[in-house]
Ligand binder design. Structure first.
Ligand SMILES: Cc1ncc(COP(=O)(O)O)c(C=O)c1O
Ligand SMILES: N[C@@H](CCOP(=O)(O)O)C(=O)O
Length: 466
């Protein structure tokens, strides 16, 4: 399988190359040259497979010659062996139509583990074949950071520099990052928002002064391998609910558009998806884009669902590319306009193409709290604020009652204990494996939200090429 850039001018790479490259050198994002497709019979034959086997089966066409089927299965078995639930991503029924897909049974209690546990192993595998040591530079609004750090801490030939917006992640999220004291882990709290951090990360990929000296790598969902691993749980959930004979709708709490784009990929691969419901908080750039075509960056408002406090959604570019006839030059021009003015209008083809599969909702803080209370009353389940935003959108989406609606439960409620307690009076306790989180020593540095300061820090601590 070959990977091409959404902006059309970076060299095409194989899977291993795209995994190590992260962002394409023309500023675009890598996507497979075409979507692999499974027949209904092939999908039906996947029912009942253990998660690691299902993952290897779905990912093999994307991985191509970069890994043998046997090696890929060994890696998925190792990655998902660390999850606290045998099903890895279990489904839980809330009422006749509503289901939760629990994606938070990995080591850091958020859906990011599903992809990052595998990505850590893929880095090790591909770096073990030679080449330059990897300097990972990432941005986090809370969950990617801890999952990525857990996945690469202590691994050879990798350093990770993780930028988070100071004071804008929950205490549990921050401590999950800053209490990992492995020498290859560098936590940086920056002044500014997640969007500022993400913009600096992308800039570093296109800064010859940095890329000339260091092999810069990505753990954010700009890295295709992240999304590839997230496609699997859409299949896992739909198969349990009757696919391929029955359609399933998914509601996805959304920030960077990675998780819901993985659902789009599942649909392109042949999974019968009724609808993908994009749920945002008040940071609603995606809701505005999908309802009126207005993709313009607003200011970021801090909320109780901080991981979705995002106003530039990286992976939206992958969707726009696909909906625009995969015309890289046209998309490069459209994105250049956005980068200049921080606003753009979707074309008719993009709007109509998106409307065929996506709906969206902007969920207000009180609606989020109501959804937490509703789920608690209906099933005794405590939801984290991000999941609650998805559930609120799911219940209001007007999906045919015969179609199951699955909300992606993207984080464990204990990561956001204050918000959950405010909504329900119940304070979720930390799972035993991180029970001592608040006694652990923290290590991080604080830097201004200034590209030169960050680049200087990375250059001082990273291992150069060669
Ligand atoms: C708990 C949680 N829910 C939802 C999201 C949004 O996912 P995405 O950025 O892939 O849209 C994130 C962060 O990405 C998250 O950490
Ligand atoms: N919500 C994310 C933001 C980064 O998104 P990513 O999926 O592109 O890594 C986080 O928790 O850090």
């Amino acid at each position: 399988m070959e990977y091409v850039s959404t902006r059309g001018s970076a060299p095409a790479l194989d899977f291993a190359g795209a995994t190590l490259a992260g962002l394409a050198s023309d500023g675009g994002l890598y996507v497979p040259r075409e979507w692999p497709r499974f027949s209904a019979d092939e999908i039906a034959a996947m029912a009942g497979l253990p998660y690691a086997e299902l993952a290897a089966r779905i990912m093999q066409p994307f991985v191509g010659d970069s890994l043998t089927p046997q090696r890929l299965l060994e890696l998925t078995t190792q990655a998902y062996g660390r999850f606290a639930h045998k099903a890895v991503t279990p489904l839980r029924q809330l009422d006749q139509q509503q289901w939760l897909l629990e994606l938070f049974h990995g080591p850091t209690l958020a859906f990011k583990d599903v992809a990052l546990q595998l990505l850590g192993l893929l880095f090790e595998e591909f770096l073990g074949r030679g080449g330059d040591p990897l300097t990972i530079v990432g941005a986090t609004s809370g969950d990617t950071g801890s999952a990525a750090i857990d996945a690469v801490a202590g691994r050879a030939r990798v350093d990770i520099f993780m930028l988070h917006p100071k004071g804008r992640v929950s205490d549990v999220q921050r401590r999950q990052m800053t209490t990992v004291l492995a020498p290859n882990v560098h936590n940086v709290a920056i002044e500014g928002t997640f969007d500022d951090a993400q913009a600096m990360v992308k800039r570093m990929f296109n800064d010859p002064a940095m890329t000339g000296r260091f092999a810069i790598g990505a753990v954010n969902s700009i890295n295709w391998a992240r999304l590839m691993a997230q496609v699997v749980y859409y299949f896992a959930a739909a198969l349990q609910l009757g696919a391929p004979q029955r359609k399933v709708a998914f509601a996805v709490p959304t920030g960077n558009f990675g998780d819901v784009f993985a659902g789009y990929v599942a649909a392109q691969m042949g999974l019968p998806v009724e609808r993908l419901i994009v749920a945002t908080n008040v940071n609603d750039i995606l809701h505005r884009a999908l309802t009126s075509g207005d993709y313009s960056q607003g200011t970021v408002t801090p909320t109780a669902a901080p991981s979705m406090d995002i106003q530039v959604s990286s992976n939206f570019e992958r969707l726009l590319f696909d909906l625009n006839g995969r015309d890289g030059a046209a998309l490069a021009a459209q994105m250049a306009g956005f980068e200049k003015t921080r606003a753009m209008q979707l074309t008719n083809a993009q709007r109509e193409g998106a409307a065929a599969l996506f709906s969206s909702a902007r969920v207000e803080p009180e609606e989020m709290a109501q959804a937490i209370r509703w789920a608690f009353d209906a099933s005794g389940e405590l939801l984290d604020p991000h999941t609650a935003i998805g559930l609120h959108a799911a219940r209001g989406a007007g999906i045919d009652p015969a179609v199951p609606v699955v909300t992606l439960a993207t984080a464990h409620p204990a990561k956001f204990r204050d918000a959950v307690e405010r909504a329900t009076g119940q304070r979720p306790s930390l799972p035993a494996r991180i029970g001592d989180l608040f006694e652990r020593e923290e290590r991080m540095i604080e830097l201004p939200g200034d590209y030169d300061a960050i680049a200087h820090y990375v250059a001082k601590h990273a291992v150069p090429r060669g």
